[in-house]
Design a protein around this ligand. Structure first.
Ligand code: DAK
Length: 182
């Protein structure tokens, strides 16, 4: 089994284009003959990924924004269609692009806070969250979360089917690895 950690804790693992490109390279470098399940996580216990990098996005031109959106969508789609099972082990904040990253994995286990706060920034989710969330939790619930930016904690995330397991932070990785092993 393989592990992939988003490692930018000073910015709560926020996704700038460098991180997304490195994620792309990491996905390309997986040896699918030896790695049969991938666990994706974020460095530290405070955040899985706190979103796309707001500072970087705020300086983008329209064309650059479109390219950034395409990059994120392409890489998340690559993760979604990876021919091995993927598990997001989500500890802490999974907001915006972080929630979208978790939703691009096959299964999510967490001790976390999910949400799509983009409307508060005057933008829409840009990496496929509107589509994946509706498929995971149903249209009505997805619209409520996307339109209001309400954050969802682990027990509710479990109840609505956004995640498949909830564990204390210190057990999360062990449980994710156990599931991957199975
Ligand atoms: N981007 C950049 N830096 C971030 C960040 C983010 N999303 N989230 C946190 N950080 C940085 C903070 O700026 C801070 O940096 P320093 O000031 O220390 O240098 C550091 O991480 C620690 O954060 P805080 O000091 O804020 O920590 P707190 O515990 O006080 O708060 C928090 C934690 C998660 C509640 C807070 O950091 C927060 O609200 N963060 C922003 C969450 C958010 O709004 N995420 C959604 C981002 S929007 C599109 C393409 C992409 C997207 C949309 C459209 N198109 C092409 C159309 C994607 C959108 C998003 O993901």
């Amino acid at each position: 089994m393989g592990g992939l950690t988003i490692n930018r804790p000073a910015a709560l693992n926020a996704l700038n284009d460098q991180v997304i490109r490195e994620l792309d390279e990491a996905l390309d470098s997986i040896d699918l003959d030896s790695i049969r399940c991938l666990v994706v996580t974020g460095e530290g216990q405070k955040a899985f990924v706190a979103g796309a990098d707001i500072g970087q996005m705020s300086g983008l031109s329209n064309a650059e924004g479109e390219a950034f959106g395409k990059l994120g969508n392409d890489v998340f789609r690559k993760l979604e269609t990876l021919p091995i099972p993927t598990i997001a082990a989500v500890c802490g904040f999974a907001l915006g692009g972080g929630c979208e990253l978790a939703m691009s994995c096959d299964i999510r286990s967490d001790t976390a806070v999910f949400g799509q706060p983009e409307v508060g920034l005057g933008i829409t989710p840009g990496f496929g969250g509107t589509q994946r969330m509706a498929r995971l939790i149903g249209m009505g619930r997805a619209k409520e979360l996307l339109y209001t930016a309400r954050k969802v904690k682990a027990p509710e995330a479990l109840a609505i089917g956004l995640v498949q397991g909830v564990y204390p932070a210190e057990q999360l990785m062990e449980e994710a690895l156990k599931m991957a092993q199975r």
